[in-house]
Design a protein around this ligand. Sequence first.
Ligand SMILES: [Zn+2]
Length: 417
Amino acid sequence: MQINDITKFEVTERFTRYVQVDTQSDPYSSSFPSTEKQKDLSRILVQELLDLGIEDAHLDEHGYVYATIPSNTEKDVPVICFCSHVDTSPDSSGTNVKPIIHQNYQGQDLVLPDDESVIIRYADHPDLANQIGNDIVTASGKTLLGADDKAGVAEIMDAARLLMQNPEIKHGTIKILFTPDEEIGRGVNHVDIQKLGAQYGYTMDGERAGTIEDETFSANALTVHIEGVSVHPGFAKGKMQSAVKIATDIISALPKDRLSPETTRAKEGFVHPNRISGTVEEATIDFIIRDHNTALLESHQQEVENAVKSVITNYPKATYRIQIQEQYRNMKEVLNQHPEIMEIGIEAIRRAGMEPERRSIRGGTDGSRLSFMGLPCPNVFAGGHAFHGKQEWVSRQDMEQAVKTILHIVALWEERA
Ligand SMILES: [Zn+2]
């Protein structure tokens, strides 16, 4: 069986089943995984992997699914991992997702039946132009769809099925990893890289068909703590130095025409105050600091500190403290040391019949941290669009292309060994 001759896919059937399981993660939870319900899907995945004959499939105590497809070749092939996340974004409801398949799409606006004000307009979604004749899956108007990243999960599951059923496709040992809590930045906190035992990996968590991403932001979290001077407001003249007002002055002192998410694009970085809390006595501003160039994080942080310093001179009795925490790093620093990972990813996309497009992400993936934990891991398209909202969509044909891409990746690693 040639990979491109495969016509019987189950990826869409799997996908529409998986999205009906609510797996929303919760950034305000301190447990791991952040929500127990993520395991509802993970348990299904384990059972389906076992049913395929993948004997070591299991759910660990942290909510990760691990599984191994044994090698079927004499050659010494690097162990390759495929990874997706089971959770969906906290930004939009994932409860009672009702997937709808719009067969043979003809360029119309898609009105979602449970809330007719939610319309996926052809004009607003340029990628719909590539979908004429395809079958498009959407939610029904009240929830997100969950293509991010259940498309990736379904693609890996269907590729696993095809590999188990078609032993003539030669491959080395393949590891499967499904993570919880990616959407809240904790997806790899408890991954056991040693146990996983893979040399290289691919996350299936990208967007448009044909894309592969080897660059992410580098990311720090920066917190400014302000201690003001609290006095009874009736007796405050000349004494009170309100931390609330200091905090808002600091926000106002930040650059307005640059260095923010709303004024930058492509590889430009930013400083972004995303939460503020406090009282007269003390206040806290949480920033995220982002840039593709890790070295520039330092100067961005310095700009924040300069703003704080210039404001605080107006409040001589107030004090401040800045804390910085590393979040993740641009995976390109690691991937450049192993060029064959991207070469094979790109060639696999080409063999599946697409024009490969190499991109960078204004964000992170599980792969950006996995790469620095010893598992270099670019991000391959899963086919979803308009992530994290009610307009999310994915097509059957693009998910099938992703399954083929996975198969070509494993075949290419074997071929080149
Ligand atoms: Zn994702």
